[in-house]
Design a protein around this ligand. Structure first.
Ligand SMILES: O=P(O)(O)OC[C@H]1O[C@](O)(CO)[C@@H](O)[C@@H]1O
Length: 541
């Protein structure tokens, strides 16, 4: 029997090549037909090589995979993270318009509201200067120490929302490389610096090592008793936080049903709140809630995360494209690609199905990107003329935050639209040749040069447009991507919410530390590890 995936593959084989240039010429309604809106947000899918039949077949696949049922199970707090036996309820963290969110037969909303209110009070006391350090000074700088989901979201959002930043300066330390904390502390005064140690587990070696270094730095300058005044923490492991010496009144909890890469909506978002204030943080949550409501209730064909996920699946599994590039035409979204790398690749970079068997299709793509227009002057050459097809996702705001620099923003928009058009249209050999001759080149030289100036075109891109990058729009955008990852995981048949693939390296690093320190013999390791350890030791002599 032909499966939904077989039908998609047969459809692609039978209908290729869909020439996007041709379909745009023959169908003036293509943009209307293949773009979706949610308030001021537009998702333009028209520049992908799909037809109504493709969409119908993708929707059939979604139905076969019971995507709607899986979504409802997630939103109902069922333990869909089966390998860790956990619910997946980050949506509850932003469900502030009313109603319940049940986990284990209990409404979790009162706990969520209580932590949010405690965060409000703490953030306001830091922002207003009423919370003071050991020597009585207000905090001018806040350093968040965390890594992965306890870092990437807050870093990305703080940068994205810099026009709304009216609190103390924010710094982020994540890397175990001592350069990171050393360079950060070099600019700071311990008397006016507050540290937030952010770790779901409170065991992550990078975070614990950096936190201990920060504690020593404070103690060296202000005495050991100052720790209490200069540290706060965000964690699910309250006992471990207490053991570190952080005052329980400055500890903000969250729950095991919040995955690390889905945690910026929880107390992990405390540094964002300190930067932009509680009201703006709530707008950020409200934007995500609007996307949740849309994901829950919009018909599949009009549902932005569903359609974004289905097109992602089409590109990855049916077209076999190995990667996708996310190119925000927004300098303040410069850390969005890194954030999405964890969200997408830690969720969907897996080869085992929910039931334990091996997957039979490709799963999550490589996700990468840089802001435009910078990327245009770096890797766009490959996107246009390279031998791999890499679908691009452009993100664009109609308005910037610099009314005096409107010309910059118009140029930014023109460049973004131009890249999408160039990828789609390309340039034929005849056009290349004719252009050169029109410029006065002789026929022989034009013939030789023209092939280098050909753009294959028909290269897919999606564009996400919103009015302006503000807290609400950012929350909505991130929630769109979260649900898209969920949709793709469901179609791949994998669990998006565990991350066993990060464990082995951590275990080996623990084993190797004594070897690197010279306390254990390297001979027991493979020859590459042993050889490198010996060379490192020789270089240190
Ligand atoms: O918040 P924690 O427990 O320190 O974990 C940090 C990160 O480490 C990981 O567990 C693995 O890298 C991520 O999933 C997580 O976001």
């Amino acid at each position: 029997m032909e499966t939904a995936l077989d039908a998609l593959r047969n459809h692609r084989a039978a209908s290729l090549p869909i020439n996007m240039r041709a379909v745009f010429s023959s169908d003036p309604q293509r943009f209307e037909r293949f773009s979706l809106t949610l308030d001021d947000m537009t998702l333009d899918m028209s520049r992908t090589a799909i037809t109504e039949e493709t969409v119908d077949l993708l929707l059939r696949l979604a139905e076969t995979a019971d995507l709607a049922g899986a979504r409802d199970s997630m939103l109902a707090g069922e333990h869909i993270n089966t390998t860790e036996d956990r619910a997946v309820l980050h949506t509850a963290l932003r469900a502030l318009s009313g109603g319940q969110a049940m986990e284990g037969g209990r409404d979790v909303m009162p706990d969520i509201r209580a932590v949010l209110e405690a965060m409000d009070a703490f953030a306001e006391s830091v922002r207003g200067g009423t919370l003071r350090g050991a020597t009585g000074q207000a905090f001018t700088d806040v350093v968040n120490i965390g890594i992965g989901g306890s870092d990437l979201g807050p870093v990305m959002a703080t940068r994205a929302l810099s026009p709304f930043h009216d609190g103390p300066r924010l710094h982020y330390v994540s890397n175990i490389d001592g350069a990171h904390i050393a360079d950060t502390l070099a600019e700071l005064d311990p008397e006016t610096t507050l540290f937030i140690v952010a770790s779901k587990t409170f065991t992550t070696i990078e975070t614990m090592t950096n936190a201990a270094t920060a504690r020593d730095w404070v103690a060296a300058k202000l005495g050991p008793s100052a720790t209490g005044d200069h540290f706060a923490a965000v964690s699910t492991a309250l006992d471990k936080v207490a053991a570190f010496g952080i005052d329980p009144n400055r500890v903000f909890g969250f729950w095991d049903w919040v995955g690390g890469r889905y945690s910026l909506w929880s107390a992990i978002g405390l540094p964002i709140m300190i930067a932009i204030g509680p009201d703006n943080f709530r707008r950020f949550l409200a934007g995500a809630e609007a996307m949740d409501n849309h994901f829950r209730s919009a018909p599949m064909r009009q549902n932005l995360p569903v359609m974004l996920g289905l097109i992602g699946y089409w590109h990855r599994v049916v077209c076999d494209y190995p990667a996708r590039a996310v190119i925000p035409y927004d300098q303040r979204l410069e850390r969005l690609p890194a954030y999405l790398q964890q969200l997408d690749m830690e969720s969907n970079g897996k080869g085992v199905r929910l039931g334990g068997g091996a997957v039979s299709t490709p799963t999550g793509p490589l996700v990468w990107g840089e802001p435009g227009t910078n990327g245009q002057h770096a890797f766009f050459q490959l996107l246009h003329q390279g031998t791999d097809i890499i679908p691009v996702e452009f993100i664009l705001a109609a308005e910037g935050h610099e009314p005096d620099l409107q010309h910059h923003h118009d140029l930014l928009i023109a460049n973004c639209l131009a890249q999408a058009e160039a990828l789609m249209k390309g340039r034929t050999l005849e056009e290349a040749r004719a252009q050169l001759i029109a410029k006065g080149m002789d026929a022989e030289r034009a013939e030789a040069l023209a092939p280098h100036r050909v753009f294959p075109g028909n290269r897919p891109s999606l564009t996400i447009l919103h009015r302006q990058l503000d807290p609400y729009a950012l929350g909505r955008l991130i929630a769109l991507y979260e649900h898209r990852v969920f949709v793709e995981a469901r179609l791949f048949g994998i669990n998006a919410f565990d991350q066993w693939g990060v464990e082995l390296g951590k275990e080996l690093a623990t084993e190797l530390l004594p070897v690197v320190e010279g306390k254990a013999d390297p001979s027991s390791r493979d020859s590459a590890t042993a050889g490198m350890v010996r060379r490192i030791a020789a270089l240190r002599d």
